[in-house]
Design a protein around this ligand. Structure first.
Ligand code: SAH
Length: 263
């Protein structure tokens, strides 16, 4: 499956900020199909059209079509996938939207800061903005796949927005940033980067490799892993390695493996 290629067919209107075409909204385990339709509408009003649905309870559905209020093209092109992993594997930047703060602090931004960070990414970086279940949000494991978390500032006593309303707020900020961006906008790390960011799939391969090695050298106890791998993930995700850097790290791990296996 290659989500990126599928979307190439959907040429966006040339007057639209092209950066928005690289951003996908990912909805995880949505239980009310009306919310999917409302999210499609929210996206289309802001000029986004890539919707990825991870195991929705019901899709396609008449309720989604009704709630999309004419944004049926977004629904028709929506991708349905079996896992969050599939939804974000080719993304160089993954943002998780969360109403709650988690035990392990993770880089946290508000929607405006999120949009600014997205706009500063190297050109053509695929971006995913991930939203959680209506009842329980995103799991810790899902949030640990994200480079950063975005929280929509809200009434502390009543801070959980309807998921489609959250999509609207996030897409609005992305659109505002895209419209305001000028050629003078400062890119990430101050220069136009020479390598694409490592994809989510590449990073997952790296984390798996680390984990295996750490178990092999008895640094990580698989029966009592604690938060070690979450902290390793957080460190690497915060660094936003590019493809070459991620390959170097994989190469180092392979050589350590090889040395360990020498008699
Ligand atoms: N009861 C859930 C909230 C689910 S709301 C919980 O406590 O986590 C469904 C989704 O909408 C969330 O997973 C999140 O992606 C998004 N969302 C709702 N309110 C939000 C907020 N204030 N900031 C960021 N995302 C929010």
């Amino acid at each position: 499956m290659n989500i990126g290629n599928v979307f190439v067919e959907q040429q966006s209107n040339s007057l639209e900020p092209t950066v928005l075409a690289n951003i996908r909204i990912v909805m995880v385990d949505t239980s009310h199909s009306g919310n999917i339709g409302a999210a499609a509408r929210a996206m289309k009003t802001m000029g986004l059209n890539r919707l990825v649905l991870v195991t929705p309870k019901q899709f396609p559905s008449d309720e989604a079509i009704a709630m999309s209020s004419g944004a049926t093209d977004v629904l028709e092109h929506a991708q349905v996938v079996d896992s969050l992993e599939q939804a974000v594997s080719d993304c160089g930047f993954v943002v998780g939207a969360s109403a709650r703060s988690r035990n392990l602090p993770w880089p946290l931004v508000n929607p405006r800061e999120m949009a600014q960070q997205v706009l500063a990414l190297p050109t053509n970086t695929n971006v995913a903005v991930v939203l959680g279940r209506e009842r329980s949000g995103l799991t810790n494991e899902e949030l640990a796949r994200c480079h950063c978390h975005v929280n929509i500032p809200a009434n502390p006593d009543y801070s959980s927005l309807n998921v489609a309303a959250a999509v609207q707020v996030l897409c609005y900020e992305l659109r505002m940033s895209a419209q305001l961006a000028t050629g003078e906008e400062k890119p990430l790390w101050g220069v136009e980067w020479d390598q694409p960011l490592a994809s989510s799939a590449q990073l997952e391969g790296l984390f798996e490799h680390w984990q295996k090695l750490l178990v092999d050298i008895d640094f990580l106890d698989p029966t009592n892993p604690r938060t070690l791998m979450s902290k390793v993930r957080r460190l690497f995700l915060r660094a936003q390695p590019d493809e070459v850097e991620a390959n170097i790290l994989r190469g180092m791990l392979s050589h350590i493996d090889k040395q360990l296996r020498k008699p």
